[in-house]
Design a protein around this ligand. Sequence first.
Ligand SMILES: Nc1ncnc2c1ncn2[C@@H]1O[C@H](COP(=O)(O)OP(=O)(O)OP(=O)(O)O)[C@@H](O)[C@H]1O
Ligand SMILES: [Mg+2]
Length: 351
Amino acid sequence: MQGQADLTAIATIELATIFGSFFLYPARHLLLKGDEPVTIGSRALEILIALTERAGELVTKDELISRAWPGATVEESNLRAQIALLRKVLGDDHAAARYIAAVPSRGYRFIAPLSRAQGDTATTVTAAPNNLPRLLTQPIGREQAIRVVEGRFQRFRLVTIVGPGGIGKTTVGLSVAERLASSYEHGLCFLDLAPISNPQALPFMLASQLRLNDTSHDPTMHLGAHLRDKRMLLVFDSCELVLDGAARLAETLLREAPEIGIVATSREALRVEGESVYRLPSLDMPPPAAGLTAADALEFPAIRLFVERAISFQGCRSIRQQPQAWPRPRTPAPSALRHRRRSDRRADRDR
Ligand SMILES: Nc1ncnc2c1ncn2[C@@H]1O[C@H](COP(=O)(O)OP(=O)(O)OP(=O)(O)O)[C@@H](O)[C@H]1O
Ligand SMILES: [Mg+2]
């Protein structure tokens, strides 16, 4: 396991390039999976750095060879071997690539979405940060939940949105944070805790996001001091796997920094002093006995979301036009909506 001192050094020196459950620190030549260092050769790592530096673009074989073997002439087969190694380390698949796609005869392309902190080395940031992921569509049927959670920030500084997997906690949490953004002059900081298994990594992750360059002793106290005079909203998403760590960090920061707010999402409450727990209900469903038309059924958010998803996944647009009675669902629709993104990532991490 990564030692405390090492974690401190990582957070101190630079920010991560993040993809899937991986954290890449190019200047340190270090790759973490969650919070565990990954064993990887320096050439494969250099190739990964070169590809992520130009994510989405073609990086030619010659460019990759000159990065991994500077000044040397090497056979293309060496590059292929390093790419194969890299794919193995990332758990990538040549046939159905998630991270590295081959561009036949030309080179390779890094294809996974990644988030990258600005700048090469850590410096204390003065501009208001906002790394909130953008929602691609407006949430369906969550206006009241969003309004209630937003309203709770008039009395509470930590509101935890609690509910089972896939019910829409992150969706509501992000919407609330977007609405509250203008009340926090020092910005928003979003932390996705799903890839983390070591609770000790949380303060380092937050310090890294806030680009603090002096976290050599206790990052939690340093964070407290940094945030003391700031009005900033933190979003701790998916706390359930590091519940104690998230609770400890939230409690300390709320005590040390009187102006911050925290939106947390979790399958369980954090159980810290001052927490307001909002249990997210399921989306409204039609009553069991109703012989509804499709148009009537679409008035219910659970059905609307289900249909929108069905349309986008299967292209079955005709469903909107059918006037006949809507069949009564045998299982609650929201369970059918649960997307696999988070569970995929958890599976990735556990792999
Ligand atoms: N009200 C909604 N309107 C539109 N899309 C929604 C809504 N609720 C959930 N979704 C979609 O359903 C999926 C699951 O939602 P979300 O990630 O918010 O759930 P979650 O409770 O945070 O899940 P987890 O426990 O795995 O973190 C996402 O793709 C999200 O975009
Ligand atoms: Mg979530």
